[in-house]
Design a protein around this ligand. Structure first.
Ligand code: ITT
Length: 196
């Protein structure tokens, strides 16, 4: 049995393979290089389902997608679904991170709460679909630290840790992150529907 990973983000592909493959031994996880749909949903769930549906329709295979981002309390939940293009359509991670740091530069430590959100979605070519969501709480640092991970990891201090998400090993991040938790919840659904 095969399943398509409906993302064009190489970092997500890497994390998702590490999360999924040990738990879905009978299922071959394929990368997706088909057309990217317009992510014009108003929520993480809508966007995750848009991506999963597009890949399932294009490939004729079951597809799973991730829509994720960082939500900052003092910014009312932004960047949220706009995390990948916060500083503009170039989707430059470094510029996104710098803009966010600048926007909260005068905010004190006790008001720098934030969380990552991930919605994991499964869509089948026959139209069946499911989506589950998870959050990873923490706070934003004042300067980037660490080189692991991607995106906003260098400025995210997860609750319960004294180091940034970019200083965690891939092994640890993939056990505790928003992505790990959302896909942990989706895996039984995948197993139930596809067997594996
Ligand atoms: P696809 O739509 O092709 O999956 P994308 O990167 O555009 O790739 P999203 O629209 O879901 O995906 O945007 C996710 C952005 O949120 C991502 O580019 C990062 O900026 C941020 N993000 C999500 N998960 C993250 C993580 O684990 N660590 C750091 N930043 C993360």
């Amino acid at each position: 049995m095969q399943i398509v990973l409906a993302t064009h983000n190489a970092h997500k592909v890497d994390e998702l393979r590490r999360i999924l493959e040990p738990q879905l031994p009978g299922i071959e996880v394929l990368a997706y290089d088909g057309p990217e749909p317009i992510e014009d949903g108003a929520t993480f769930t809508e966007n995750a389902l848009i991506k999963a549906r597009a890949a399932a329709t294009h490939t004729g295979l079951p597809a799973i997608a991730d829509d994720s981002g960082i939500c900052v309390d003092v910014l009312g939940g932004s960047p949220g679904i706009f995390s990948a293009r916060w500083a503009g359509p170039a989707r430059d991670s470094e510029q996104n991170l710098r803009l966010l740091l600048w926007q909260i530069s005068d905010i004190a430590d006790d008001h720098r709460g934030a969380h990552f959100t991930c919605v994991a979605a499964l869509a089948l070519p026959d139209g069946a679909e499911r989506a589950v969501s998870a959050e990873w709480p923490g706070q934003l640092l004042h300067e980037p630290n660490g080189t692991n991970g991607f995106g906003y990891d260098p400025i995210f201090l997860p609750d319960g840790y004294a180091i940034s998400a970019a200083e965690l090993s891939a092994h640890v991040k993939n056990q505790v992150s928003h992505r790990a938790m959302a896909f942990e919840a989706l895996i039984p659904v995948v197993r139930e529907i596809l067997g594996g």
